[in-house]
Design a protein around this ligand. Structure first.
Ligand code: FES
Length: 111
């Protein structure tokens, strides 16, 4: 069962930019692409936990600011020869508001 929480206005996040949302289960990075798609993933790079929300968005991927790993925003997986991934979260954008499905945050903490 989904647990939608309102987290921001779409205009709070610049195109090709990211923001971090703090939840009781950890930080989630929210990204807006050049064509107004919005993605949410854990804000901890699979390499050495760099803050992905501070990375560069290109297409539907983000480049980590620390050592330039590229993480796919749709799958959460590292690209190229790099291995690993982060949790992705479902997002809904309605009426200019971004909502995050927090149900995975809860199930993750219960695991
Ligand atoms: S911590 Fe992200 S590439 Fe190293």
């Amino acid at each position: 069962m989904k647990n939608w929480i309102d987290i921001a206005a779409l205009t709070d996040i610049p195109k090709r930019g990211g923001r971090v949302v703090k939840t009781s289960q950890g930080c989630v990075a929210i990204f807006r692409t050049h064509d107004d798609r919005v993605f949410a993933i854990d804000d901890a790079c699979p390499h050495q936990k760099g803050s992905l929300s501070e990375g560069l968005v290109h297409g539907s991927a983000v480049t980590c600011p620390l050592h330039s790993w590229v993480v796919d925003l749709e799958t959460g997986l590292a690209q190229g020869a790099d291995q690993g991934g982060v949790t992705t979260y479902e997002i809904s954008v309605e009426g200019g508001r971004i909502r995050l499905d927090a149900s995975r945050l809860k199930s993750r903490s219960a695991a």
